[in-house]
Design a protein around this ligand. Structure first.
Ligand SMILES: [Zn+2]
Ligand SMILES: [Zn+2]
Length: 334
């Protein structure tokens, strides 16, 4: 196996783990077509493993994947964590899933982020609390408790103030002003159905309050993720994680849940907490697996040609030449 990415020359990093390839931290595989790739950490392109090294190694990766933890899945692509490695399983029929743990990873990351703000503020408040307590002779515990809540509110406000930067500036259709969007403005946003779009989000204008703009595609996903992260940040929301993950499953996966949520005319703020959290999970998962799916399509096209199953187009031919040149260069006596 080569040590650097055939597309960008970056080091592939990692030791390949269960693949036995000796390189790679994220490994993609397709048991049905007999494919194995190392995903580049720099450019995210998929580097196909040489044919002679593949078959028995795929078996080992598949075994690890069955023991691993599923992070996200579409019908075609599953992202699985096994020990320190990320395994991408492609081309396999239906996923098998358990609800609760799916959101666990993301929730822990969010807790760490919250701690960065809340803990220092609370510690500062404890110092103030002692001083104030001594000054007024009041109840120490009440101060600490109140300051903890203030720090928590500060964290939520911080998330709400995050700017939502779209691919191009947004003009309000009602008053014509340029909308400067913050995460908290998504409170009044609502999902809607729009032909030819996976995701369509109606926004209200922060200055005139009118129904101002319709976002679709990547812009809608970005705005929605910012808004939902803010709206779901309140501590109480966390107790809904398991119910929310189950709700995604019940809807038949992320796409089904988004479709369901687009049918009602409710604003994001007025959704049930577990439904709102389910929507955040769905949007996150969809973004991740759509990107993986896109990368897989590219990689599979190249793999088919590399294995002599198709006639090469000039563009893919060029990729292939580079792949082969690299492989030759990586074999000192070849
Ligand atoms: Zn690369
Ligand atoms: Zn306006």
């Amino acid at each position: 196996m080569y040590r650097t990415c055939a597309f960008c020359d970056a080091a592939l990093r990692g030791d390949g783990g269960p693949s036995g390839l000796g390189v790679g931290q994220r490994v993609a595989f397709d048991e049905w077509r007999g494919r194995l790739w190392v995903v580049c950490p720099a450019c995210a392109r998929w580097n196909l493993a040489p044919l002679d090294e593949r078959l028995e190694r795929i078996e080992a990766v598949a075994r690890a994947a069955r023991e691993g933890r599923l992070l996200a899945a579409s019908p075609q692509v599953a992202l699985i964590r096994w020990q320190g490695y990320e395994l991408v399983r492609v081309g396999q029929p239906p996923r098998v899933e358990l609800a609760g743990w799916r959101y666990g990873e993301r929730l822990r990351a969010r807790e760490r982020e919250r701690a960065k703000v809340v803990v220092p503020l609370t510690l500062a408040a404890v110092g103030l609390g002692i001083a104030a307590n001594v000054a007024v002779g009041g109840s120490f515990g009440v101060f600490i408790w109140n300051f903890g809540r203030v720090a928590d509110a500060a964290y939520v406000a911080l998330l709400g103030n995050r700017r939502v930067t779209l691919s191009e500036p947004l003009l309000c259709e009602a008053c014509g002003s340029v909308m400067s969007l913050r995460a908290r403005h998504l409170r009044d946003g609502r999902l809607t159905h729009e032909a030819h779009a996976d995701l369509a989000l109606l926004l209200r204008c922060p200055s005139c309050g009118g129904e101002a703009a319709l976002l679709t595609g990547a812009d809608a996903a970005l705005a929605l993720r910012r808004g939902l992260t803010f709206l779901n940040a309140r501590r109480a929301a966390r107790r809904w994680a398991e119910t929310a993950a189950r709700e995604v499953d019940r809807a038949g996966g992320p796409e089904g849940l988004i479709r369901e949520a687009s049918r009602g005319a409710a604003t994001l703020d007025s959704l049930r907490p577990e439904r709102r959290l389910a929507l955040e999970i769905a949007v996150d998962e969809l973004a991740e697996v759509q990107e993986l799916e896109r990368q897989w399509m590219d990689a599979e096209q190249i793999a088919q040609i590399a294995d002599g199953m198709l006639t090469a187009t000039p563009e893919v031919d060029d990729h292939l030449r580079r792949l082969k040149a690299r492989r030759r260069a990586d074999q000192p006596d070849g």
